[in-house]
Design a protein around this ligand. Structure first.
Ligand SMILES: Cc1cc2nc3c(=O)[nH]c(=O)nc-3n(C[C@H](O)[C@H](O)[C@H](O)COP(=O)(O)OP(=O)(O)OC[C@H]3O[C@@H](n4cnc5c(N)ncnc54)[C@H](O)[C@@H]3O)c2cc1C
Length: 495
């Protein structure tokens, strides 16, 4: 079968299943009569993030397109000066895909960066960029010169400084989070001073800002590592879910593996019983790499099938068969490293206004992965939340970021839930999240901070014991507490 025919078959099958199910049954969602909606009001001076559940009053919102050499710093200085006089907080953002108001300053100056500066240094395998540059733009420019990001998230819409500020990670192995691939950055402090931070200059501020959610100052530009792009071949291995942690850690000891991730089945009958491990190694021929493709045919196929899972256990089982069998066979060909990470978030977009996609992420040592699956089996299927996907990645130890979530090797377990936007849906999500956070922490793991702020204060401190030290340093670096967001207000303001 040629490639076009295979694609047509796969696309057609996804569309058919999605279409058939919605035509036959309609979306099998719970009845909303009598519930209290949490849908956003979208009125003036309210700002939201990707969750749709973080609507927060703000004083003003501006978008800055000027690059560092075109006035970015002076515009930011003016904003800081005004905010200081008014006694209001300031927060920078790029895509605002964090999900708990981490990029929103209550009653303050919200600033979105839409800057574009990018300058590669192929001799040193690094690039300089403005802090608001998105990965999709950076990736396109690196791809054109045979390079790609060393570490970024699995989607390409996010800002590069945002990625550093949450210390995100992705499929590239065997690396730690993106902060480990950052050489230096310029930071605008509360008093308007612009300082350089690196491992040799202002090292303590470097470590506080990595994964520090913009609470130390405003990053204006960065210097980040890149690596040569490569043509890779996937290897698919199916296994019992409980074996995945150890087998994944072992597989990544092979130094030729450049990308790796896993998936698990999510249907309630066989919940998390099976896992699929996908590892990518370079092919012999690395000549004439094709340009990075954007949203691929598999993604379009996947969206239909992905959304059709909602309320349909049979479709979840069918999707697992598609992923482990049909899709594995149809996508078994060569692909470039850059194409694998060149995926926009919109690919899996939810178009149902009464629901929202909420991510969770837990970091667990490979040796505790099987026990962690038992925790999930006890907590998730019994909740009212619809788990549509889980992706498993690897994160090497990070002992730099003060708010590190991976002091040892960790499997990163990223879960995507579809949540009803109602008071009852939110209450159930809070209960389920706290259960998962607690039992993960009891196994020595941690939860990830850019998502909903449902952890209790005690859980936050248990997971991030250095937060007290972080808050104390913040009071010295930012005595008027100019840089604030919901993460600070909810947990650290009282430390
Ligand atoms: C669909 C989806 C997939 C995801 N996949 C992954 C993944 O694979 N791996 C992973 O680790 N995470 C993942 N995430 C989480 C994601 O990495 C974070 O939410 C990240 O913050 C998104 O970038 P952003 O541009 O939207 O950040 P924003 O939400 O805009 O900002 C994030 C934080 O950075 C601060 N900030 C931003 N720019 C600056 C600046 N210039 N100076 C100072 N502070 C700044 C903000 O104030 C905020 O605290 C995913 C999220 C979604 C929604």
């Amino acid at each position: 079968m040629n490639l076009i025919t295979k694609r047509a078959l796969l696309l057609g099958s996804g569309a058919l299943i999605g279409g058939y199910i919605s035509a036959k049954n309609g979306a099998k969602n719970p009845i909303l009569d009598g519930t209290t909606s949490l849908r956003p009001k979208n009125t003036k001076n309210l700002l939201n993030d990707a969750s749709g559940l973080s609507e927060t009053p703000i004083h003003k919102h501006i978008i800055i397109e000027q690059d560092p050499d075109k006035g970015l710093v002076s515009i930011l200085r003016n904003e800081l000066k005004t905010a200081k006089i008014e006694g209001r907080p300031v927060s920078l953002s790029a895509a605002r895909h964090s999900m708990g108001g981490q990029s929103i300053p209550r009653d303050g100056h919200a600033i979105t960066l839409a800057t574009n500066f990018f300058e590669p240094d192929t001799a040193n395998s690094t690039f300089r960029c403005s802090s608001g540059l998105r990965w999709n733009s950076a990736l396109k420019q690196m791809d054109a010169i045979g390079f790609g990001p060393k570490v970024m998230q699995s989607n390409n819409d996010f800002g590069i400084a945002s990625t550093f500020c949450v210390n995100a990670h992705g499929w590239p192995v065997p690396y730690s989070a993106m902060g480990s691939t950052t050489q230096s950055f310029k930071l605008l402090m509360h008093d308007g001073e612009l300082i350089t931070c690196s491992r040799t200059e202002n090292h303590d501020i470097f470590n506080l800002t990595m994964g520090g959610y913009g609470l130390t100052g405003l990053i204006t530009e960065m210097e980040v590592d890149m690596v040569p792009n490569a043509r890779l071949l996937p290897k698919f291995e199916e296994m019992p879910g409980k074996d995945f942690g150890i087998k994944f850690a072992q597989a990544l000891k092979d130094p030729t593996v450049q990308m790796g991730y896993g998936r698990m089945n999510v249907d309630k009958r066989d919940f998390f019983e099976n896992a699929l491990m996908i590892t990518y190694r370079p092919t012999e021929n690395q000549d004439d790499l094709p340009a990075a493709s954007s949203s691929g045919f598999v993604s379009k196929f996947a969206r239909n099938l992905f959304r059709a899972q909602l309320g349909h256990e049979g479709v979840k089982r069918h999707r697992w068969w598609v992923e482990t069998d049909l899709q594995a066979r149809l996508t078994a060909g060569e692909v470039t490293r850059n194409s694998l990470i060149n995926e926009p978030v919109v690919t899996l977009d939810d178009r149902d206004p009464s629901r929202t996609d909420i991510l969770h992420e837990y970091f667990i040592e490979p040796s505790h992965f099987a026990e962690w699956l038992d925790v999930c089996k006890r907590i998730i299927p019994g909740s009212y939340q619809e788990l549509l996907n889980i992706t498993l990645r690897y994160v090497a130890p990070d002992n730099e970021a003060v708010l590190s979530y991976a002091h040892v090797d960790r499997i990163a377990c990223v879960m995507l839930f579809s949540q009803e936007m109602t008071v009852r849906g939110e209450a159930d999500m809070v209960r389920m999240t706290r259960g998962l956070i607690q039992e993960t922490a009891d196994l020595g793991g941690a939860y990830y901070l850019p998502y909903r702020l449902h952890a209790t204060q005690d859980q936050f401190i248990q997971n991030y014991p250095e937060a007290t030290n972080f808050a104390a340093r913040k009071h010295v670096l930012d005595p008027q507490l100019l840089f604030r967001n919901a993460l600070w207000d909810n947990y650290m303001a009282r430390l």
